[in-house]
Design a protein around this ligand. Structure first.
Ligand code: EPU
Length: 338
């Protein structure tokens, strides 16, 4: 177990915000995690936070307590049948390394989730998704340690209560459980999900019809690289807002004014891409102080260099105010403000 005091978080958040925490603990085993949690219980007045790779966080100030980070690694088969393989993966594994491993070992399903930054534990908490797939579809169960007791609790898929970018661990269970391992159910048969517009468009452009898993992974990687800024060059946390879902009535009112507005029918209403709303408000490629809106995907806010979390919040507030004024829609951050 590694313990650091008064520690800079600069390399633990992809936004590149130079905030500090009082204590930073990185553990490699479940036993070390239990020890760390026991230590936290002795300091009940101090806040604590568990982070992954910090690819969905915005530090708006220094953190006055302990930050925990998992270095639990490893992947191993946890069962198999004729069609599927269960793969048990440590929460501290890098998500995209896992996707690459699966493609190399003919374990299929998660190719569309290639290059999503972050670690496996956080992927299961956030229900990461891209190009028509969400990770929950492949999650068999999630192994956790309960913060209050140090006891193990395994959540079956249905107990994780997954929704669009949401889960029990992000909602009601927030701060109560630490994910140690995720068990994924992968297929031995490659049955790609190719219906997402941007994938179709790129396949048409390349004259590609039946991609292999490796080709599909490469395609997704190329699309992401073309649209999304590389956090090592320009700090960002991917999509800054969730895509809003509006009522049918609201949708009809908006589409009368904006017949070209992209939209997706959902069970509870109509989803409108937040990136489109932001672009319509003239924010795409614009900057505010040391922050800006990415010029190729308006849903991504970037650190132009040396920004603080408060600078990013100021940009977020300005965008939200404009979208509210022009469309009567309240955008909600997808990124967690700390
Ligand atoms: N659009 C614009 N202008 C923009 C960006 C988007 O008009 O600047 C419109 C376009 O019409 C486009 C539509 O929005 O057709 C959808 O855009 P895109 O395919 O880029 O997807 P998104 O809805 O903006 C979501 C996820 C991304 C994920 C992509 C691909 C959320 C909050 N974001 O973005 O996830 O990679 O779909 O599946 O759901 C992330 O969570 O960090 C992330 C990058």
């Amino acid at each position: 177990m590694k313990v650091y005091e008064n520690y800079s978080l600069l390399h633990h958040n992809t936004f590149g915000i130079d905030a500090r925490c009082r204590r930073f603990i990185e553990y490699e085993t479940v036993d070390e995690l239990r020890q760390a949690l026991a230590g936290l219980r002795e300091r009940p007045d101090e806040p604590f936070l568990h982070i992954g790779a910090g690819s969905n966080l915005l530090f708006t100030a220094d953190f006055p307590g302990t930050i925990l980070h998992s270095a639990i690694r490893g992947r191993g088969e946890a069962g198999a049948d004729a069609d599927t393989v269960l793969l048990r993966v440590g929460a501290g594994e890098v998500w995209d390394d896992l996707v690459a491993h699966c493609v190399d070992h003919r374990l299929y399903g998660i190719e569309n989730l290639s290059l999503i930054p972050g670690e496996v534990g956080a992927a299961a908490v956030q229900n990461i998704g891209a190009y028509g797939e969400e990770v929950e579809k492949f999650i068999d169960r999630v192994e956790t340690i309960e913060v209050a007791t140090g006891e193990e609790r395994v959540f079956a898929h249905d107990e994780c209560r997954y929704g669009y970018r949401s889960s029990f661990f992000k909602g009601e269970g927030r701060g109560r459980y630490v994910v140690t391992h995720v068990v994924l159910r992968l297929s031995r048969r490659f049955a790609p999900e190719l219906s997402y517009g941007a994938l179709q468009k790129e396949m048409d452009r390349l004259g590609m019809h039946e991609p292999t898993a490796a080709e599909l992974r490469r395609l997704v990687v190329d699309i992401r690289r073309a649209k999304l800024p590389d956090p090592s060059e320009r700090g960002n946390a991917g999509s800054f807002f969730v895509n809003p879902v509006v009522s049918e009535e609201k949708y009809r009112e908006l589409s009368a004014r904006h017949p070209d507005m992209p939209h997706y029918a959902m069970s509870g209403g109509v989803k409108i891409p937040a990136g489109w709303l932001i672009e319509q408000c003239g924010w795409k490629g614009r900057s505010l102080g040391p922050t800006g809106v990415h010029d190729r995907q308006a849903l991504v806010l970037v650190n132009l260099g040396g920004a603080t979390g408060r600078d990013v919040v100021a940009l977020s507030d300005a965008i939200r105010a404009d979208v509210r004024k022009s469309f009567g829609i309240d955008l909600h951050p997808e990124v967690n403000f700390i």
